[in-house]
Design a protein around this ligand. Structure first.
Ligand SMILES: Nc1nc2c(ncn2[C@@H]2O[C@H](COP(=O)(O)OP(=O)(O)OP(=O)(O)O)[C@@H](O)[C@H]2O)c(=O)[nH]1
Length: 364
């Protein structure tokens, strides 16, 4: 029999329910949650064309593994330190729960996972590898239901994808990567440079447009983004495009302005196609850890987010937060970004990610 504390905890949780995660007081202001801007030379540089498909770059799985090393080092080593020659007792479970929280899984998810482990193995001798494998299984179980590639609905002409997220999260780059992948698959793509707030974002999108052969609807900095989105959809409809990707600004002066802008974009798109946008992708930077939870919450209040793309899993990612996000929101994770080039975005593989996160070989 496993002890009351762990039994009670797991019994209290309802599917999809989450205990309060840490929140910053200023979280309502979107810009406050944004990661600090990368240096201009890094931000404004579009990915080098030579990076695309030159065959010499490190495999994406290995880049994801390296990107997750901050989390996997913490979890893998932490599990080793807790469970070497030790029973799975109360004290060990407490330490494990704290470790999971410190690796960005969030209070509620950490409690559920620890309870899951206690249920099967309480008071038994366990070795670190067994605990890592058991946790990887639990992470994979939570992530599998949300790992869903973004499929284009062929009956839509075009399928309209609105891309939102705070500044610097990787929206424009994600649009470029999606455009490249869909264009390579033979789809006719149109791009709308709706981040009229930042001139470099428009230029960045135009470079992706040249690279992919996708026409780009753009206007000068400061132009009305909703008007631009309307023009872009009209043009995409005229061209018979299969997909329209609409970029947006992540940084307006405050949440109310951003909400007004995003809602206006949605309203005008609906004038031309009342089912548009067909997907609203929220792009999240994986290096921000638990702040991602608040970003999802905030954007869900602004617009009907239908799925996530998580970028920068090649950097110093705090990947544990994906587990917390899956548990709390259940939103599809359509793709992950492990670099700046077109082939660095992949459908999200729950199992590979889960194993890499706890320091196991993702390919086993
Ligand atoms: N390492 C890495 N860098 C990425 C990834 N995705 C985007 N970036 C970089 O992150 C920076 C910001 O990306 P952008 O696409 O400009 O972000 P944005 O959300 O459009 O930013 P705004 O236009 O300010 O709203 C750029 O330097 C990108 O090259 C990724 O998966 N991995």
């Amino acid at each position: 029999m496993w002890p009351k504390r762990w039994r009670k905890k797991s019994g209290q949780e309802q599917p999809g329910e989450a205990a309060a995660e840490p929140r910053s007081a200023e979280a309502a202001e979107i810009a406050e949650d944004a990661p600090s801007d990368p240096p201009p030379e890094q931000r404004d540089a579009a990915p080098a064309a030579g990076d695309v498909g030159n065959g010499k770059r490190e495999g994406w799985l290995s880049r994801m593994r390296k990107g997750l090393s901050r989390s996997s080092g913490k979890l893998g080593d932490g599990i080793g330190a807790i469970f070497t020659k030790r029973k799975l007792d109360d004290a060990a479970l407490e330490e494990l729960e704290e470790l999971l929280i410190s690796a960005d899984l969030g209070v509620s998810t950490a409690a559920k996972m620890t309870a899951g482990l206690a249920k099967e193995r309480f008071d038994k001798e366990v070795d670190p590898q067994e605990v890592r494998a058991a946790l990887a299984e639990q992470v994979a179980e939570r992530l599998e239901p949300v790992a869903k590639p973004l499929d284009l609905d062929g009956s839509r002409k075009p399928h309209v994808v609105l891309v939102v997220g705070v500044n610097g999260s990787g929206k424009t780059t994600t649009i470029g990567k999606l455009a490249k992948q869909w264009a390579d698959a033979g789809h006719k793509v149109h791009l709308a440079a709706g981040d009229t707030f930042r001139a470099a974002a428009v230029e960045q999108l135009q470079i992706w447009g040249q690279r992919t052969g996708a026409p780009v609807t753009a206007r000068d900095t400061g132009a009305d983004a909703a008007g631009l989105a309307y023009d872009a959809l009209q043009q995409a409809q005229r061209e018979g495009a299969d997909v329209l990707l609409v970029d947006t600004a992540g940084r307006l002066h405050n949440k109310a302005n951003l909400m007004a802008e995003l809602q206006k974009i949605v309203r005008v798109l609906k004038k031309l196609d009342d089912s548009a946008p067909h997907d609203v992708l929220l792009v999240l930077d994986a290096t921000i850890g638990q702040n991602a939870v608040q970003q999802v919450q905030t954007f869900k209040e602004l617009v009907n987010v239908t799925g996530l793309v998580v970028t920068k899993l090649d950097g110093s990612a705090r990947g544990g937060v994906l587990v917390a996000l899956a548990d709390r929101f259940g939103l599809p994770v359509h793709a992950i970004g492990v670099g700046e080039s077109a082939e660095d975005m992949r459908p999200f593989s729950a199992r590979a990610f889960a194993r890499a996160l706890v320091g196991l070989d993702p390919e086993e």
